[in-house]
Design a protein around this ligand. Structure first.
Ligand SMILES: C[C@@]1(CC(=O)O)c2cc3[nH]c(cc4nc(cc5[nH]c(cc(n2)[C@H]1CCC(=O)O)[C@@](C)(CC(=O)O)[C@@H]5CCC(=O)O)C(CC(=O)O)=C4CCC(=O)O)c(CCC(=O)O)c3CC(=O)O
Ligand SMILES: [Co+2]
Length: 252
């Protein structure tokens, strides 16, 4: 009988307890979309279980195949270096287990849809589009590829949906900060500025984004992506893309 690979969602982790609570809620939503699929969570830092412990548990339960899905929006340090190293190391100690790393979540039209959902929940209306400048406020990275992708998402979002302007901002490692992007949008002539945090869960960096929005007087601050239904669907999609590759690899 074909048993689909288990899904191990690998989240960043945070000292802020809202982070793990949000990740847990998101995974519950993904589980509800695929009853029968085993979905577990592990954290890179700050929260338990860590990735080796979660893989040990799966192996102990007789699981043979795992899709490890980075709960990350960009292919940067954590996705390119950190997670592959952790998986290699843990996998070497669990020879009965095959672990495949799925692609990161972004970019995806589902994420843009979730950003729009959060903006409307925060009070924007469809008629506000042409007079509203939006800050795409990401966590930031020292990886230039990730920064370039965020800038491209901002351009594409503006082009396809008709916001007055969309500017990227970064909460760590890279510039501009949220407050600078809010001021730049005002200088562009936006009548109203909305900050859309492009992050998964509340925590240290999202709080920094919120402070920047407040400091520069943004009219609207959207919630984080969190357990938006579009994000839960995207988890399942990235799992299926990686699991499909696994099935083809077995057949070859
Ligand atoms: C490597 C680095 C930047 C660099 O230098 O490249 C970087 C990279 C990335 N972090 C990402 C995400 C998150 N980072 C945090 C938290 C912290 N991140 C911090 C630092 C650094 N993070 C730089 C190392 C500097 C160094 O220490 O050498 C901390 C320690 C301190 C600080 O920022 O000052 C602070 C802990 C604060 C504390 O102590 O509590 C949280 C949780 C939270 O915010 O609470 C989330 C989840 C947000 C969410 O929910 O989405 C992503 C996005 C991945 C994606 O989704 O794409 C990338 C990009 C990537 O992978 O590169
Ligand atoms: Co970080």
């Amino acid at each position: 009988m074909y048993v689909p690979p288990a899904l191990l969602v690998i989240a960043h982790g945070s000292r802020d307890p809202r982070h793990a609570a949000t990740v847990t809620a998101l995974c519950a939503r993904a589980r509800a979309l695929r009853p029968g699929l085993r979905v577990e969570v592990a954290f890179l830092d700050f929260n338990a279980p860590d990735v080796p412990r979660a893989l040990e548990r799966l192996a102990a339960d007789g699981v043979r195949e795992v899709v490890a899905l980075p709960l990350l929006l960009t292919r940067a340090f954590h996705a390119k270096t950190d997670i592959p190293a952790v998986l290699r190391e843990a996998g070497a100690r669990l020879p009965g287990l095959t672990v495949r790393q799925a692609d990161v979540l972004g970019p995806s039209p589902l994420l843009t849809a979730a950003l729009e959902r959060r903006l409307y929940e925060a009070g924007l209306r469809p008629g506000d589009r042409r007079s509203t400048g939006v800050v795409l406020a990401s966590a930031g990275s020292s990886d230039p590829e990730a920064i370039a992708v965020i800038a491209e998402i901002a351009r594409e979002w503006r082009r396809t949906t008709g916001w007055c302007a969309v500017r990227p901002a970064f909460a760590s490692a890279s510039l501009p900060r949220t407050a600078d992007a809010v001021r730049a949008l005002r200088a562009d002539g936006a009548a109203r500025v909305a900050v859309a945090p492009y992050v998964i869960a509340p925590g240290f960096l999202p709080d920094r984004i919120a402070r920047g929005a407040e400091e520069a007087g943004a009219e609207v601050l959207a919630d984080v992506l969190g357990s938006a239904p579009e994000v839960a669907r995207l988890l399942v999609r990235r799992y299926e893309q990686a699991a499909g590759r696994a099935v083809r690899a077995l057949a070859a």
